[in-house]
Design a protein around this ligand. Structure first.
Ligand SMILES: *Cc1c(COP(=O)(O)O)cnc(C)c1O
Length: 396
């Protein structure tokens, strides 16, 4: 099919939830570049929305996926798999958690995290089931994670939605203290709000939440679906803050493009799950596990976290230069390679213009330009992106 046939088929057959997508048909990727079916090249600072940590066609990753495809794709969690065991080991050895469960997506990881928090108190015979989450948060698109998400626009079309969620202002400890009741089971937050506009937690906020949870005997859940797997320059954002959650959810970059999510927990919490309490047909299948195992192994063995820190410093420096040059740029926020520019103009116009110049970036809300490049970018990639942004900004 040519481009117009593909766009027409999408219009005819695909549910119209994405509206008009960007008019590009992606054909392949290599390194930090994507290519469309008309031969155009795009420097990719979206990375599949924080998914493609290793960019495209990373040789060791591609090779390992091929090997697994030839062995077995799926055979059910009725049985054991060496690759699942290896993934669990590397995840647990490199995190603050003791146990893991695999899902197929971020929303499903959060569903599991929420179920575990509720079950933890059921096991203790306590009537605690309410979860406090933040306004402007994003936790997924299933009914329960939509209810958890602190953005009314995602909830409105589906009322009535599951209850049991209370939304409070982010980075405001007093608001959390006021929201706690005898029924509160957990506080769930993103260490950096991604979709909500690249808002990092204040240093003291996560520490404060930890203290509140310890004092009240409730659980702290970090949704690290966007911030996890090296994005911040540490394997997990909680390490940057020096605050450990009781439950941690992951997805996006975990499989470097293979759909896999996970929720991890401390033993004390994880043991609330008994046989039959939770499950998944696809979750943790051998191909997804191979992808996640290779992603973690490559990030850790090649010291990619160091590179992320270095590239973050460089990219922030270059973005500040743009901020100083263009008065419509209000603020630079973020950490590692999750960076956002708060603008006084609509971000989408800039995203469209940048696309035309061969650079993929995205928005977070209406007026934040968000950058989520692969973790393997180098200085030349950053310079090229800045040059394109400079050109696009000059036209605003
Ligand atoms: C993307 C995202 C989700 C949802 O993940 P899906 O894989 O789309 O279900 C949940 N939480 C955060 C913080 C995310 O960024």
């Amino acid at each position: 099919m040519n481009k117009s046939e593909i766009l027409q088929a999408d219009k005819n057959y695909f549910m119209n939830v994405f509206g008009e997508r960007f008019p590009v048909v992606i054909e392949k990727g290599e390194g930090v570049y994507l290519y469309d079916n008309e031969g155009n090249e795009y420097l990719d600072f979206v990375a599949g929305i924080a998914v493609n940590a290793l960019g495209y066609n990373y040789p060791e990753f591609t090779e390992g996926i091929k090997e697994q495809v030839e062995k077995v794709l799926h055979a059910s969690n009725l049985y054991y798999f060496e690759i699942q065991a290896k993934l669990s080991k590397i995840l647990i050895e490199n995190s603050c958690a003791d146990k893991v469960f695999y899902s197929n997506s971020g929303a499903e990881a959060n569903e599991g995290a929420i179920k575990l928090a509720k079950k933890y108190f059921k096991e203790k015979g306590k009537d605690r089931w309410e979860i406090i989450t933040a306004k402007k948060s994003f936790h997924g698109r299933t009914l329960t994670t939509v209810a958890a998400t602190g953005q009314p626009k995602y909830q409105k079309p589906y009322q009535p939605i599951p209850g049991g969620f209370v939304h409070v202002e982010y980075n405001n400890l007093e608001a959390v203290r006021e929201a706690i009741t005898d029924n509160t089971a957990a506080i769930m937050v993103e260490p950096i709000q991604g979709e909500g506009g690249v808002h990092p937690a204040d240093k003291g906020y996560l520490k404060g939440l930890r203290e509140i949870c310890d004092r009240e005997g409730i659980l702290l859940i970090f949704d690290e679906i966007q911030t996890g797997i090296g994005r911040t320059g540490s394997l997990f954002a909680y390490q940057e803050y020096g605050v450990e959650p009781d439950i941690l959810s992951l997805a996006k970059a975990l499989g470097n493009g293979m759909p896999i999510g996970a929720f991890l927990a401390k033993d004390e919490v994880a043991k609330a799950f008994n046989p039959g309490d939770h499950g998944s047909t696809f979750g943790g299948n051998p191909l997804a596990c191979q992808a996640a195992y290779l992603t973690l192994k490559i990030i850790l063995e090649n010291n990619l976290l160091e590179d992320v820190k270095e590239m973050s410093t460089y990219m922030q420096k270059r973005l500040v230069e743009l901020k100083d040059k263009y008065s419509f740029i209000k603020e630079l926020r973020g950490m590692g390679l999750i960076l956002g520019l708060e603008l006084e103009v609509e971000g989408i116009d800039i995203v469209k213009k940048a696309l035309g110049e061969g650079l993929l970036v995205l928005t977070a809300g209406k007026k934040v330009l968000r950058f989520l490049p692969p973790l393997i970018i180098n200085k030349d990639n950053v310079d090229k992106a800045i040059k394109i942004l400079d050109k696009v900004f000059a036209e605003i």
